[in-house]
Write a protein that binds this ligand. Structure first.
Ligand code: ZN
Length: 435
């Protein structure tokens, strides 16, 4: 009898607890987009998931010991997952001041225990947009080439630089501790010629300011890119397929075109992403060097029509110089720098990329052998490997190219000491440079 009573008692007391605990849940709170800055009215998205729905949710901004509610859920929700969008900023919370603050989001489950979750995010309150003032110089723009602009940015900003169309080039503090900023920027070979480069600064709170650079676009002196017909032999096609698509099957022409277009695109993306592996100073002090005694078999931005058995099968633009000397010649670093890539890279074959600082990098393709490693410091003229014909190359040569913040540019100006003096060294300190 007593035993039965105990069991009944246990059921009456413990079972409800077990049920409550089993049916309870803790909400999971996330921001739908990263928030680091709060400005006038910064959009904030919050995603909350809870199998039992939500009883309440709110967001507050804490600053200097005060707490301001910036949003509150109006009524409980039953959904397992909810997304809430609201704005926070000075427009609705005028008490906020420029400086550090905390964004806090809290949510309580609709379960019986009202379990809650809370996330905290450090933010910076920025009440005013940044301002930019650009140098008053005239910048001569040539397609496929680079230039340098100096400017000042004041106020709070999270990103600044030069924007040309949809491409942007980072701002760097002036070398030598001088005031102001500068950007090396490129006017890409395929950029619409009416594009005006601008200096921009944004503070991540929706405050984006731009100021145009004064440009001169000498129409008659723009480079004229050449057009070539490239005859594809069966031998070359088999070489390329055997090397770059060894396990492929099907129509050889389709496979070749896929390598030439899709693999090229992907390889160029890999190259462009190396922009983030760059030094925040000039690693060189001399003009760039062209591979000694080399013959240019192809130049920058040549348009190539690929002809196979009398028919055009593809078109591509060649974004570098094909420099031929003799077979297996020592491939020399064009300037002082640091190796940021030393490995096979698709159509470029065995490939080396050397960083020279501020997003400026040189590329060497089709090597038969690489003698440097990623991270190595190299000197101008140093042999880094041997030329060859790996990748999409029909004969022994060096594919030499240059990129600036991931945009491939014509290297020829960088071979010219007077151009470097006029466009770079005159505007920013380039220690040790003598034209
Ligand atoms: Zn090439």
């Amino acid at each position: 009898m007593r035993k039965v009573l105990l069991i009944v008692l246990a059921l009456v007391i413990i079972l409800p607890i077990v049920i409550v605990v089993a049916r309870s849940a803790t909400p999971v709170v996330n921001l739908t987009n990263p928030i680091n800055v709060i400005g006038q009215a910064t959009p904030i998205g919050v995603r909350v998931s809870d199998p039992r729905g939500l009883r309440s949710a709110s967001a507050t901004v804490e600053q200097n010991g005060a707490s301001y509610q910036v949003w509150q859920m109006t009524q409980p929700v039953k959904a397992k997952e909810s997304t809430f969008n609201f704005t926070a900023g000075v427009r609705t919370t005028p008490q906020l001041k420029d400086g550090k603050a905390k964004l806090i989001v809290e949510a309580a489950s609709a379960d019986l225990l009202h379990r809650s979750a809370r996330i905290e995010q450090d933010v910076t309150v920025v009440t005013r947009p940044p301002t930019v003032s650009v140098d008053s110089e005239q910048h001569y723009i040539y397609i496929g080439m680079a230039d340098l602009a100096t400017f000042d940015v004041s106020g709070s900003y999270t990103a600044a630089g030069v924007r040309v169309g949809d491409q942007s080039f980072r701002a760097w503090p002036m070398p030598g501790g001088k005031p102001g900023m500068f950007s090396l920027f490129a006017f890409a070979w395929n950029m619409p010629q009416t594009t005006i480069p601008v200096v921009f600064a944004s503070n991540g709170a929706g405050n984006d300011v731009t100021s145009p650079i004064t440009v001169v676009f000498p129409k008659k002196e723009q480079p004229h890119y050449t057009v070539h017909q490239l005859q594809i032999s069966d031998q070359f096609m088999q070489k390329v397929l055997g090397e770059l698509d060894p396990n492929g099957s099907g129509d050889p022409v389709a496979r070749f075109v896929k390598i030439n277009s899709e693999m090229r695109k992907s390889n160029n993306k890999t190259l462009a992403d190396l922009r983030f592996k760059t030094a925040d100073r000039f690693l060189f002090s001399q003009p760039f060097q062209r591979q000694p005694h080399s013959q240019a078999e192809a130049t920058f931005a040549d348009l190539r029509h690929y002809i196979y058995q009398g028919k055009e099968i593809d078109q591509q633009v060649h974004l570098g110089y094909d420099l031929a000397v003799t077979q297996h010649v020592g491939v020399q670093a064009s300037n002082d720098g640091r190796v940021v890539w030393a490995a096979p890279l698709g159509i470029y074959g065995n490939c080396i990329v050397v960083d020279h600082g501020y997003g400026l990098q040189t590329i060497y393709g089709h090597l038969s052998h690489i003698d440097v490693h990623e991270g190595d410091v190299v000197k101008r003229g140093q042999v880094m490997g041997q030329s060859g014909m790996t990748g999409m190359a029909g004969g022994d040569h060096i594919h030499f190219a240059m990129q600036l913040d991931g945009v491939q540019i014509d290297p020829k100006e960088w071979w010219d000491p007077h151009w470097i003096q006029d466009h770079i060294a005159r505007r920013v300190e380039l220690p040790g440079f003598h034209p």
